[in-house]
Write a protein that binds this ligand. Structure first.
Ligand code: 0RA
Length: 649
């Protein structure tokens, strides 16, 4: 066995390696700068960062299989069958290339600029960041018949890269355990979160096999929980998966794949019977939910091609309305994926593509694929044009309804909904509004609140299911109009009928407060669907919360404590000892004002759950499933996920 030719001596670090060390220290001091946050998102981001490197190997044509293992102790192992990280001496750094990749921030993995590297997470920071934020990491490289290894403690090499054996395998295996000093909120990996992202990656990069194995959960047959993601057809299959709960208007998914002006472009789209527009775009496998030039290129290509087809077909002769861009996208689900060598990301969350040249590439790709499709499928073409005409008609109706909402909001002072019990504080940053299910719970909340900064808006019964309603129905709905006016949010500008104006937002915390039962969680889901579809930025900016009322009150004599789960209830009962009385809260209405304040509204003691969108595509699919027509998948999902399911039985 041989050692790489290098000096490993803490007294003779080169200037560069001292810099590397400082870089790693900086990551530990300012982790959010590199991975977004140090909560559950950042924790999962570590996995994506390593997997991105394996995906790069696959895109370069050197890797077919990637495996992600959640180990029993919540450490992660990723394996790939790529070329393996080089282990030879890195001339400039004077140590093994492996050590450079693992300890130098911004080395990014690849040394030659020409290599075809396009992936790289939102922050695209490289495995060294994962290393810096792990209490322990082991990198094993299978390359040229040999096996090499190096381990690190909080990013620092524990020994020089060494050969540990021989093998004809090829690839890289990395095992890391996130550092509890950094990740103070949670160290537990979510199977579902990882599965959604890996599934997405498999659709975005067809032909790669990605395994997920959860060693924390052994099944009855002795194997572990897990899934394999593989897509033969890429985006076409992604659309089918995404739109599985919607009814398609056409036989086939329309798809394009190719290179336009040096930009690899993939597009897939389908029309369905819904009224929602579902466009998802990616740059280098990153979901660009703020859109950008690739998305505007898609829109332009779509509008121009369909308009031309409709004009030529003569179907528009008797149309009394002018058709607008929006009208072409009602009931449209589409995915646009481009690979850009030097992407410029802009926008609040740096998920908006700025590269000008990409717009024309996508627009041309769409024109080509759509023109061909319409010519070959005249029946589908007719259905699409009819759908567009209906959308134009509905938009005119919606416009009127929207102007009503608008007018009400503008009159703001004195124009607030009668049902809103406002707070006295004027600074939105300090204000909260509780959206409360039902007038009676609304009454209790009104008594229990701190009126200085807490407002109450009671909502009557089940609010409108916006997933199934046409846009103008949504804007005509009394409860929804109240939400817009109470929050001070307006929608629609000259250029974009769906643009939100949040500049007059009246509360920075919007809290959904519903009963802790199946009905309550259904209502909460309806309200969330509304926010997701019509005020998504409010969700993205972290303004939407869910209140968590307790499920039980455990009493013995003077002693009383609330419980939020069966487990907690039993633990409290045991600590009280002897016979205790247990009251189960079926709904908010069973609590008095003081109890509601103590448990659910008082910032000192309550738990608010922040609503976050981890994976926009998955969220879209889940909402379309929960609120759509198909009952069986909805039931299955609720049974699997409803935390309230068992207490209602
Ligand atoms: C640097 C250079 C090369 C590959 C890699 C890094 C690499 C990194 C990771 C991380 C996980 N799996 C990986 N696989 C490869 C190019 C290798 C060459 O030119 O031989």
């Amino acid at each position: 066995m041989s050692e790489p030719k290098e000096e490993f001596n803490k007294h003779n670090y080169s200037a560069d390696s001292i810099q590397a060390l400082e870089g790693m220290e900086h990551v530990r001091m300012r982790p959010s700068m590199y991975i977004g946050d140090i909560g559950t998102r950042g924790l999962h981001h570590l996995v994506y960062e390593v997997v991105d490197n394996s995906i790069d190997e696959a895109l370069a044509g050197h890797c077919n299989n990637i495996t992600v293992i959640i180990n029993e102790d919540n450490s992660i192992t990723t394996e790939d069958d790529g070329r393996g990280i080089p282990v030879d001496l890195h001339k400039k750094e004077g140590v093994s290339a492996l050590q450079v990749v693992m300890t130098k921030i911004g080395a990014g993995g690849k040394f030659d600029k020409d290599s075809y590297k396009v992936s790289g997470g939102l922050h695209g920071v490289g495995v060294s960041v994962v290393n810096a934020l792990s209490e322990h990491l082991r990198a094993t490289v299978y390359r040229d018949g040999k096996v090499w290894e190096q381990e690190y403690a909080r990013g620092k090499p524990m020994y020089p890269v060494k050969q540990i054996g021989e093998s004809d395998k090829r690839g890289t295996t990395v095992t890391f355990k996130p550092d509890p000093i950094i990740f103070t909120q949670t160290l537990e990996y979510s199977y579902d979160t990882l599965a959604s992202r890996l599934r997405e990656l498999a659709y975005l990069n067809k032909g790669i096999t990605i395994h997920l194995i959860d060693k924390r959960h052994k099944k009855e047959d002795g194997t572990f929980e897990g899934e394999t993601f593989y897509s033969e057809e890429g985006l076409k299959e992604f659309i089918k998966f995404l739109d599985g709960n919607r009814e398609p208007l056409m036989k086939d998914v329309i798809a394009f794949e190719g290179e336009k002006n040096g930009v690899p472009v993939e597009v897939a789209m389908v029309y369905n019977t819904s009224y929602a527009e579902n466009l998802h775009s990616y740059v280098n496998n990153i979901n660009t939910h703020e859109g950008g030039t690739h998305l505007s290129g898609f829109r332009r290509g779509l509008t121009m091609t369909l308009k031309k087809y409709a004009d030529d077909s003569g179907m528009l002769k008797n149309l009394k309305f002018e058709i607008q861009g929006d009208d072409f996208r009602e009931g449209l689900t589409a995915i646009i994926s481009v690979k850009v060598q030097e992407p410029q990301f802009e926008g609040q969350t740096k998920t908006k593509l700025g590269n000008r040249e990409v717009s024309a590439s996508v627009s041309q790709a769409v024109s080509e694929m759509l023109t061909d499709y319409l010519e070959e499928h005249p029946d589908d073409a007719k259905i699409i044009v009819q759908k567009v005409m209906l959308a134009a008609q509905a938009r005119h109706a919606a416009q009127k309804a929207r102007e009503m909402v608008q007018r009400k909001t503008v009159m703001s002072i004195g124009g607030l909904p009668g049902k809103l019990s406002d707070c006295s504080e004027q600074d939105p940053a300090k204000c909260e509004v509780f959206l409360v299910e039902g007038d009676s719970a609304g009454g209790t909340a009104k008594q229990g609140r701190d009126r200085a900064f807490q407002a109450i808006l009671p909502l009557r019964g089940k609010i409108l299911n916006v997933e199934k309603a046409m846009v103008h129905k949504v804007f005509e709905n009394e409860e929804i109009k109240n939400i817009f006016t109470a929050l001070g949010v307006t929608i629609g500008t000259e250029e974009d009928s769906k643009a939100l104006n949040l500049s007059k937002l009246r509360y920075h915390k919007v809290v959904i407060m519903c009963d802790a039962d199946i009905d309550g969680s259904h209502i909460a889901t309806l309200i969330l669907t509304f926010f997701f579809r019509y005020m998504r930025e409010l969700v993205e900016n972290g303004h939407i919360y869910i209140a968590t009322p307790p499920l039980y009150l455990v009493k013995k004599g003077q002693k009383k404590e609330y419980a939020w789960s069966d487990k907690e209830r039993d633990a409290i009962a045991e600590s009280f000892g002897g016979s205790v009385s247990i009251q189960r809260y079926k709904g908010l209405g069973e609590m008095n004002a003081e109890q509601l304040w103590d448990t659910t509204m008082n910032p000192e003691f309550r738990t608010l759950r922040l609503v976050q969108i981890d994976n926009g595509v998955e969220a879209d699919r889940v909402f379309s499933m929960l609120m759509g027509d198909e009952v069986p998948p909805r039931r299955e999902f609720i049974e699997k996920n409803a935390i309230y399911a068992n207490i209602d039985a």
